[in-house]
Design a protein. Structure first.
Lengths: 156, 499
């Protein structure tokens, strides 16, 4: 059997389906529902077996259209940095507030992607986020929590 | 029906809704012109904004984005031979050669008029077909719905996966598994939450769409070092020339448009088929129907060759609304996103939609027509200017897409966990995309997961746990047989390829 990345993904999916199936069998149902034709664990159990079936087939059957990815041509560094910035953004948005964290997220993302036009970077972060906030909060009446703006008295 | 049309017209023709159609078409055209970012991304990015409006306005906005994206895709197909969306690949066969002959403006005009005519005709078909189908679908029972959902999921896996049926089916199962997280709708028993309170209500649909489309597409662009805005920069520099269509060309279009619109609409109605297959079929059919001297021109700038796929792909877009509005079962990834958004509004599309919410049902149909007019009058002359807007560097575009995605989740939940979950799903989706695992089947499955379980529950309870419900009714048996044929054929094809 030719082992390629698609087969490895299929194997991982097979393992994931096995875990899902195991967890499905562990779902606690009410005593009177235990032998009912359908209870909370019925559908997940079928899903688990279906996952095993299709990933098993993918593992066993030949893979004539093998996808080859040239890893050396992929931009892992910038992608990784963007993901880390997004995680930091997610971690701070509630505590610091929407305006400051979003503006900083945009500004640093532009920077790490190679942008150096500082004025444009600034305009497309701080004033842009302020305008977007006004659209959401002021015009569309969608609530935006912002402790930072609240602390400096800009937002009620 | 007349009353419904009037309700739809009065809703669609309000200032706010006309404005939304214009914004949607404009924004959709921009996204559609960027190769790699399709209508699903455009619609996904719009979802948080639609929650500020009433459901009819929200759906009108999303529908406008859909047509705009298809139109935008045609533009980059014709001018650059770089289709923005798969549904416009066939457009480039004759559109690009025409543009190379210095007739770019004419090619765009033919495409725009064909899209307009195709969209208009299919809106008329939809107008008459949807209420009838709604009445028929009232006779559908749970087993039929369950079988129909399996057919829809199998069909989208078969048609959208470029020969990778098993990969697509794995994505279907993954989508259903994600949908099963959270409280069981009937017993309130929590499943797959691992004692995490944030998962009790399940995973948000917007989160999954944003993660698998908007965010993962942005990450893929960076990872693969693509530059989608490069195409737009070239469009902005292209000399369009005259956009006038002469009498002879009009004569050819008059014959092509009606037949292509019918084939496009019918293919669009089929679950999973959509604009791509419709445009290829219409192109192939047109080539067989024209006279021999015209046949020679195919691939070298034929008017019929350009008009047929453009008519068909727009007709298919309208056709794909039929199963969503009448059965509550989306036929494509894009309509699945719209269905999810409607569910978010607390509205369940289906056979009763046009009785319970006629303003939504009819205003969407009416707004399709308005959308076509907007695309023709506003977008066609504005193409070079839209392209200039697009010529922003990807260094700005990618962070802005990430920003819209994260904001979309933030305004819905005010929860860090959802943002982490979204980033996690986006990273997995980006990795899966690298190896050609398609995402539309996952979204469709995620949207249908709850409904599917509900219908299986009812069917099994009614048949006292017996699976005979699958062949007790002729309709269920027919739907299921079609599904088995699709699965069998796809597995057979995999074996045949190897041999």
């Amino acid at each position: 059997m030719n082992i390629n990345t698609t087969k490895i993904i299929s194997l991982l999916f097979f393992i994931f389906s096995s875990f899902y199936l195991y967890t499905a069998y562990q779902i606690q149902v009410f005593a009177f529902d235990e032998n009912a034709p359908f209870n909370a664990r019925t559908f997940p159990i079928y899903l688990g077996y279906t996952g095993l079936f299709f990933s098993g087939l993918k593992l066993i059957l030949p893979d004539p259209d093998t996808i080859k990815v040239e890893h050396k041509n992929l931009e892992y560094k910038k992608t990784g940095i963007l993901i880390i910035i997004a995680i930091i953004y997610g971690a701070t948005i509630l505590k610091i507030g929407y305006f400051l964290t979003t503006s900083l997220f945009l500004f640093t993302s532009y920077y790490f992607l190679g942008e150096r036009r500082w004025i444009l970077m600034f305009l497309l972060s701080f004033p842009f986020v302020a305008a977007f906030m006004y659209l959401l909060h002021g015009v569309l009446d969608i609530y935006l929590r912002d402790p930072f703006l609240k602390s400096i008295g800009v937002m009620g | 029906m007349i009353e419904g049309i009037l309700i739809g017209l009065s809703t669609a023709l309000t200032f706010q809704n006309i404005f939304m159609v214009m914004i949607g078409c404009f924004f959709g055209t921009i996204i559609g012109m960027l190769p790699g970012l399709g209508p699903m991304t455009a619609i996904a990015l719009m979802i948080p904004i639609t929650y500020g409006f009433d459901p009819a306005t929200g759906l009108i906005l999303m529908a406008g984005v859909y047509y705009g994206a298809v139109f935008g895709g045609s533009t980059s197909s014709i001018l650059l031979n770089a289709p923005g969306v798969p549904g416009t690949v066939a457009t480039s066969f004759d559109g690009y050669p025409m543009a190379q002959q210095g007739k770019a403006g004419k090619a765009l005009a033919i495409a725009a008029w064909s899209s307009f005519a195709g969209g208009t005709l299919s809106a008329i078909y939809l107008l008459f077909m949807a209420p009838s189908l709604s009445k028929v679908s009232l006779s559908f029972r749970s087993p039929d719905y369950f079988a129909l959902m399996i057919l829809g999921l199998t069909a989208i896996a078969a048609f959208s996966s470029k020969g990778q049926f098993l990969k697509a089916m794995m994505m279907v199962v993954l989508g259903l598994m994600l949908a099963s997280v959270g409280q069981d709708s009937l017993s309130d028993i929590t499943r797959f939450t691992f004692n995490n309170m944030n998962l009790t209500d399940g995973i948000s649909f917007v989160l999954v769409v944003m993660a698998t489309f908007a965010m993962s597409e942005a990450l893929t662009i960076i990872l693969k070092r693509n530059d989608p805005t490069a195409a737009a920069k070239q469009v902005s520099l292209t000399e369009l020339g005259s956009i006038k269509i002469d009498k002879e060309e009009r004569g050819k279009m008059y014959k092509t448009i009606p037949r292509s619109s019918i084939i496009g609409f019918l293919i669009g109605v089929l679950p999973g088929a959509g604009a791509t297959i419709a445009s290829f079929l219409a192109y192939g059919m047109e080539r067989n129907l024209v006279k021999d001297d015209e046949k020679e021109k195919f691939g070298k700038g034929s008017v019929n060759g350009l008009s047929a796929p453009e008519t068909a792909n727009n007709a298919a877009c309208s056709g794909s609304f039929v199963p969503m509005l009448t059965l509550g079962i989306p036929g494509s990834g894009t309509t699945a996103v719209m269905l999810g958004a409607l569910l978010g509004f607390g509205i369940q599309p289906g056979p009763r939609l046009y009785m319970t919410n006629p303003e939504i049902f009819w205003s969407v149909i009416m707004s399709m027509y308005i959308g076509m007019v907007v695309l023709l009058i506003l977008n066609l002359p504005l193409i070079p200017y839209i392209a200039r807007i697009l010529a922003v560097p990807k260094n700005y575009l990618i962070p802005l897409i990430l920003f819209f995605s994260i904001t979309g989740i933030y305004v819905m939940s005010f929860n860090n966990f959802d943002i982490y979950l979204m980033i996690g799903i986006a990273v997995v989706a980006t990795f899966l995309r690298l190896y050609d695992f398609p995402m539309p089947p996952l979204i469709l499955a995620f949207v249908l997961g709850g409904l599917m379980e509900e219908n299986l529950r009812r069917s099994l309870l009614l048949s006292d746990g017996s699976w005979t419900f699958l062949w007790d009714r002729t309709l269920t048996l027919c739907i299921l047989s079609t599904t088995i044929l699709i699965v069998g054929w796809q597995i057979y094809k995999t074996f045949k390829k190897k041999n």
